[in-house]
Design a protein around this ligand. Structure first.
Ligand code: V47
Length: 393
């Protein structure tokens, strides 16, 4: 029996896969067979249901003390060209002027700004909540929480409790990069290390706060590092149980110190989604983040183990600074269409996977529009959405 046959038997018996299995899947697995296995597990959990949300991104500041080699978004110092820190008024305006009354989530990630007091972040959250109390605030990566704890001499739980009292709902998964110290030291040496990233999530789970987790792949790491990363997340989930969703993030190589490296291809994206679904047997959702892998690959990923596409976003900065050419945002209708054309059932969710609306499946998924027509439609819808955003300002 070859390695993949043995792994299939384990999957059929719902047995946990180990490090060697993970490496074999990356190195030996035929892509379509891998996709079938992951799809089986995905359908066991979720059937055809595929999740998305109406959300927006916001970055309060791109001033950052850390110097991650993959990052094209941060500016090291206040006052340097392109450095930006929001005012409270601008932040509230961005939320209030969001054109969609169905908005359920604000996802905020920031640089590690050396000059802002902790109270500034508390006031920012309170201002968001006053403006639109119904919107869930998924804000601050574990790296930011660790930075606050060090800078303001607090424990993780104290930081999280104070932010929660000001309106924080959950933590996004950013900042995981590659947890293995040999890689992390080389790409992001001056921020929370892998154990600290996991400890922040453990602290959040300990006080009943949900979080997501990520992996930045396709740069200097090996497949073994990826498997090691996934297993570290799985062990943390065994300990603390609060990860809702895993999001593999494909490296983008524009405007950063790693720009000589090629970017991962669609085959690598699909393989990574599939292996993640198979190894992470204790995390409910695998997200094909359409900004990171592109609309087309994200749609195919819905047959390779992914059950979530993330959301409408409106205006994304991290990937667009690093060369992404996907639209800045998608309309709700555009996401529904992508999901339906993959033959899946669109389910609009809130941040914590509460159901907002379960939509009917397409009547004839086999009559899907041709790819080019669909792309043109998605672009048209996203232009319409940016026009209506501007109109609302
Ligand atoms: O932490 C930065 C990554 C992350 C690059 O929790 C890059 O639902 C590729 O975490 N190429 C931020 N990746 C985004 C993120 C995220 C996205 C969507 C959903 C969720 C969620 C979380 O983006 C960073 C970093 O790992 N990143 N630069 C780059 N050049």
């Amino acid at each position: 029996m070859n390695a993949i046959d043995a792994i299939e038997e384990k999957i059929e018996a719902s047995e946990r896969l180990d490090f060697e299995d993970g490496c074999a899947l990356f190195l030996e697995g035929d892509l379509l067979r891998l996709g079938q296995l992951a799809n089986r597990v995905r359908e066991r959990r979720h059937g055809d249901r595929t999740f998305f949300n109406v959300n927006m991104r916001f970055e309060a500041t791109n001033v950052c003390e850390a110097s991650c080699r993959f990052c094209a978004f941060s500016k090291l110092e206040e006052g340097s060209p392109g450095a930006h820190t929001t005012t409270m008024e601008q932040a509230v305006e961005a939320l209030v002027s969001h054109p969609d009354p169905r908005l359920t989530e604000l996802h905020m990630v920031n640089g590690l700004h050396p000059g802002l007091p902790f109270e500034w972040y508390e006031e920012l959250l309170r201002s968001f909540k006053r403006a639109r109390p119904e919107v869930h605030l998924k804000c601050f990566t574990a790296v930011e929480i660790h930075y606050f704890a060090q800078k303001f001499s607090m424990g993780y739980v104290e930081v999280l409790e104070r932010l929660r009292a000001a309106g924080l709902g959950s933590l996004p998964g950013g900042g995981a990069e590659i947890l293995h110290p040999d890689v992390r030291r080389r790409i992001s040496s001056d921020k929370a290390d892998g154990d600290e990233y996991l400890a922040v999530h453990g602290a959040a789970h300990g006080i009943g706060m949900k979080t997501n987790c990520t992996m930045l792949y396709g740069h200097i790491e090996t497949f073994e590092h990826r498997v090691d990363h996934l297993l570290r997340l799985r062990e943390q989930q065994d300990r603390s149980g609060g990860f809702q969703c895993f999001i593999p993030l494909a490296f983008h190589n524009d405007n950063n110190a790693l720009q000589k490296l090629p970017e991962p291809t669609a085959v690598d994206d699909l393989r990574t989604i599939a292996v993640s679904r198979l190894l992470l047997d204790n995390i409910d959702h695998i997200k094909a983040y359409w900004v990171s892998m592109g609309l087309d690959t994200a749609q195919v990923a819905l047959r390779f183990g992914a059950d979530d596409l993330d959301g409408t976003i409106v205006k994304e900065s991290i990937y667009h600074s690093a060369g992404s050419t996907v639209p800045m945002g998608m309309t709700r209708e555009g996401l529904i269409r992508l999901i339906r054309e993959a033959g899946r059932i669109p389910v609009e969710r809130d941040t914590e996977y509460g159901i907002v609306e379960e939509l009917p499946a397409a009547e004839r998924p086999e009559a899907a529009m041709r790819v080019r027509e669909r792309r043109a439609e998605a672009r048209r819808l996203s232009v319409l959405s940016s026009l209506s955003t501007e109109g609302a300002r």
